[in-house]
Design a protein around this ligand. Structure first.
Ligand code: NAD
Length: 451
């Protein structure tokens, strides 16, 4: 058994089982057996079950959101969005089973037909920062494609995933089609990678663990999707609406207490606008509402653990703090929103993913330097460009090597559009219209027409 701790009260909120390797293997075997039944459910019925699952999630938004506030310290507003995202993603992919049409390809001597075949048992490994949405981005398209799913939540945040598995049954999904196995990465996650009946690993987490998972999957040429770390740049040109860019910048990095792979944790400001931008940024940071995340007005809660708080603090201790916000006294793994003035691109806080409410700011001289600095990282997940010059917005967007960019906005995730990283931020794409195909293999069947 494993204690789940509230990052707000530092008290135990639940005790959950730690699934063993043998129990994981048994669950994979049940999932494999269920696959034979699930893959032959007619597309219309599979679609109906996924829509029903979405409806049941919708009926439990408040309960799921409350669980996430207690388990993860997310603000209630964010947690409601996260539960709603699971519902929306299920609804979106419920349209897929009836639209998985292959092709008919004329070839010499006959005709070729392609089919999208489900893979079998698909595993989803989830990090602790967004337990609900990241689970849904994996399991919804995988189920829609006709796979069964085994899912491992992070050790620190298993509560909502376990509840979602119960809601799936309540919605009528057959037994063992969607299984949640709380436990350790080195036990449950490792079995997902090594077990031959698991045909794909859909992993979201750190780049370090992602690399070892990719290496493990190579052994069986197992399909793998990797959504990894980030150190995204928020590039602000002097011709931008500076007030808007500065007002939005804290939300782009302090949301979810900075525990966001898409966090714009590097702000690049054109030198001629640097002082004005910093003057506008300061009140937006000092006014950021860090308070009990259960309160409707909360904009930021605590970090997930004492260990994470110590790690975040280690980046700030030696750095030049420009200004910072404030957090409640008393229990909870709080860390104030903090703005650092970068002095060199070699500063650890400029280079490394901190995964906390810390942002570094650096001036740049011109467009070419902005692109060079934005790309001077091993990561490439998200980023923003603020400018009123449309041509420049397009040029810089094409020049920055990241998978998800927004111009005059800080949004990264929309379930209608593909999401994923370049360079060491990942491999493959989730969400968007092509995600279901990523959970299939294309088969071509040739029909000879020769007499
Ligand atoms: P982590 O890599 O430590 O763990 C992620 C998951 O992998 C957990 O469920 C963990 O138990 C499991 N795991 C650990 N070792 C394993 C192993 N050897 N085999 C199989 N599974 C194993 O990451 P974390 O600390 O939970 O999450 C933070 C990281 O996730 C950050 O780097 C963040 O950028 C990244 N992240 C990326 C995205 C994205 O979409 N690109 C989204 C969210 C988080």
């Amino acid at each position: 058994m494993h204690d789940v701790i509230s990052p707000v009260t530092e008290e135990v909120v639940a005790t959950v089982p730690a699934t063993s390797a043998e129990e994981t293997d048994a669950a994979i075997a049940r999932s494999r057996a269920a696959f034979e039944r699930w893959r032959v459910v007619s597309p219309g019925d599979r679609a109906r079950l996924l829509r029903r699952f979405a409806t049941v999630v919708d009926e439990h938004i408040e309960e799921l959101a409350g669980l996430e506030v207690r388990n993860s310290g997310h603000t209630i507003g964010n947690a409601r969005w996260e539960a709603g995202n699971v519902r929306d993603v299920l609804n979106y992919y419920s349209a897929a089973p009836e639209r998985m049409t292959g092709r008919q390809i004329p070839v010499p001597g006959g005709m070729d037909v392609t089919f999208y075949e489900p893979l079998g048992v698909v595993s989803v490994i989830v990090p602790w920062n967004f337990p609900m949405p990241i689970a849904g981005w994996g399991f919804a398209p995988a189920l829609a494609a006709g796979n069964t799913v085994v899912l491992k939540p992070a050790e620190l945040t298993p509560m909502t995933a376990m509840r979602l598995a119960e809601l799936a049954l309540e919605a009528g999904l057959p037994e063992d089609v969607f299984t949640v196995l709380p436990g350790k990465g080195s036990v449950v996650g490792q079995r997902f990678v090594a077990h031959p009946d698991v045909r794909k690993v859909c992993f979201t987490g750190s780049t370090e663990v992602g690399k070892s998972i990719m290496a493990g999957c190579a052994d069986q040429v197992k399909r793998v999707t990797l959504e990894l770390g980030g150190k995204s740049a928020n590039v602000v040109f002097a011709d931008a609406d500076l007030a808007k860019a500065a007002a939005a910048a804290p939300y782009a990095v302090f949301d979810n207490a900075g525990q966001d792979c898409c966090a714009r944790s590097r702000i690049l400001v054109e030198a001629s606008a640097y002082d004005e931008f910093m003057a506008l940024l300061e009140p937006a940071v000092t006014g950021f509402r860090c308070e009990d995340p259960a309160r409707e007005t909360a904009e930021m809660g605590p970090l997930i653990s004492a260990q994470q708080r110590d790690l975040v603090a280690s980046y700030v201790d030696a750095a030049d703090v420009a200004f910072r916000g404030s957090v409640p006294a008393g229990p909870g793994y709080w860390f104030p929103p903090t703005v650092l003035a970068a002095t060199s691109t070699q500063d650890p806080h400029w280079r490394e993913e901190i995964f906390g409410p810390v942002v570094s700011v650096l001036p740049f001289a011109d467009e070419a330097e902005a692109i060079r600095l934005a790309n001077d990282t091993e990561y490439g997940l998200s980023g923003s460009i603020w400018t009123r010059d449309l041509g420049r917005g397009i040029r810089v967007a094409r020049g920055v090597e990241t998978g998800n960019l927004s111009v005059n906005s800080n949004s990264s995730v929309r379930y209608w559009t593909p999401f994923g990283g370049m360079k060491q931020s990942g491999l493959g794409r989730e969400l968007g219209p092509d995600a279901v195909a990523a959970f299939t293999d294309v088969k071509n069947v040739f029909f000879s027409t020769e007499e």
